[in-house]
Design a protein around this ligand. Structure first.
Ligand SMILES: Nc1nc2c(ncn2[C@@H]2O[C@H](COP(=O)(O)OP(=O)(O)OP(=O)(O)O)[C@@H](O)[C@H]2O)c(=O)[nH]1
Ligand SMILES: [Mg+2]
Length: 219
């Protein structure tokens, strides 16, 4: 199977280099490796933020727009395409991770089980992990798997940024109604924030990038 990601050949930002105002620190992101197991993940040091969500929710598209790159993470119309943990380097000690999509109807029970144990060990053991970006299609928020992910994050005291993406598919009023009801639903989770997002219209990109850079101590 050919690999699903392209290396952007962009130069990495040195850790000790001061970032000028207005610069996007995530633009330096480049493909490092993809792996089905944590055994082959990069050394567990520094800081990471991981992107999780249902298959086809728009994780890879969100990653691309946040990094201001067209084809860093491959996007697809076929759900379930990203089956591995995909690591992108931003600096020597900072990484972004595209997690395998979940809830794809056609995968069998064994694959679901593997996903479950991979996510549990990633969230429970990965020292470098400083935050999860949980991507939900605004038209289908808070699926059973999203709730499971939120519970794990809560249990491990992992901060979460929920992106209600594809907001361009709804009217402004409908998008805000969903935003408010999801916020209400999650108000008991202190480490969880919710915002609107659209990779197509670039809605909420700056806001999300600021939070991610904060977690990664890049600013
Ligand atoms: N209209 C609209 N379409 C989007 C948006 N984000 C993603 N899409 C589309 O949704 C589909 C899935 O997007 P991906 O980014 O590949 O989704 P994914 O979550 O990475 O999917 P898997 O890797 O298969 O789990 C693609 O056809 C994208 O073009 C958005 O903000 N607005
Ligand atoms: Mg993807």
């Amino acid at each position: 199977m050919g690999h699903l990601y392209t290396n952007s050949h962009m130069s990495g930002q040195a850790d000790n280099q001061k970032l000028s105002p207005g610069r996007n620190p995530l633009q330096a992101a480049h493909f490092l490796l993809s792996t089905p197991s944590l055994l082959h993940a990069p050394q567990d040091s520094g800081r990471e933020v991981a992107f999780a969500g249902r298959s086809n929710a728009g994780k890879s598209s969100a990653l691309n727009v946040l990094c201001n790159q067209k084809a860093l993470a491959r996007t697809s119309k076929t759900p379930g395409r990203t089956q591995q943990l995909v690591f992108f380097g931003v600096t020597e000690q900072v990484r972004l991770v595209d997690l395998p999509g979940y809830g794809y109807a056609k995968v069998n029970a064994q694959t679901q089980q593997q996903w479950q144990s991979l996510m549990e060990s990633f969230l429970g053991q990965r020292q470098a992990l400083h935050g999860i970006v949980l991507v939900m299609d605004i038209r289908h928020p808070l699926t059973e798997y999203d709730q499971q992910m939120l519970e794990w994050c809560h249990y491990h005291r992992m901060p979460v940024l929920v992106l209600l993406t594809k907001a361009d598919k709804l009217s402004r009023g409908a998008a805000h109604n969903t935003l408010h009801s999801v916020r209400r639903e999650l108000e008991a989770l202190p480490l969880c924030q919710v915002q609107l997002f659209s990779a197509t219209k670039r809605t909420g990109v700056e806001e999300a990038r600021e939070q991610i850079c904060n977690w990664l101590a890049l600013s």
